[in-house]
Design a protein around this ligand. Structure first.
Ligand SMILES: C=C(N)C(=O)O
Length: 127
């Protein structure tokens, strides 16, 4: 029998649709996609890609912590960029937030993201 719980924190943006910020099943936490919303204002923080990426990882960190984990517990990340010329920038921001060994990852260019965001990241954490 699995042990399932919904994770909810006001330190990360509230869900903007019909989903939970994260769902925990036993020791595994499925982290919903974070876009660069300020958790208080629920507005995109900046038009600058690097600032958006920092906000996304800050939001993901808050959800990890609400599930009693941390970014270092993330085993897989999926990144979505509306412009793959920001690939180098996202690697730099990840190096600010993550320590080696880094999680497994995919990075994909997409046409559009919710609220006009330039970047979204979602992943899986094992605690
Ligand atoms: C922002 C999202 N995670 C969504 O719309 O699913």
């Amino acid at each position: 029998m699995t042990n399932r719980a919904v994770i909810k924190t006001d330190k990360a943006p509230a869900a903007i649709g019909s989903y939970s910020q994260a769902v925990k099943v036993d020791n595994t936490v499925y982290l919903s996609g974070q876009i660069p919303l300020n958790p208080q204002s629920m507005e995109i923080v900046s038009s600058d890609f690097t600032e958006q990426a920092r906000q996304v990882f800050s939001n993901l960190r808050a959800v990890c912590e609400a599930a009693n984990g941390s970014l270092s517990h993330i085993v897989k990340l999926n990144l979505y960029l509306t412009d793959l010329s920001d690939f180098a920038a996202v690697n730099e921001v990840m190096a600010e937030f993550f320590e080696q060994p880094y999680p497994a990852r995919a990075a994909v260019g997409v046409k559009e993201l919710p609220k006009g965001a330039l970047f979204e990241a979602e992943g899986v954490m094992v605690i």
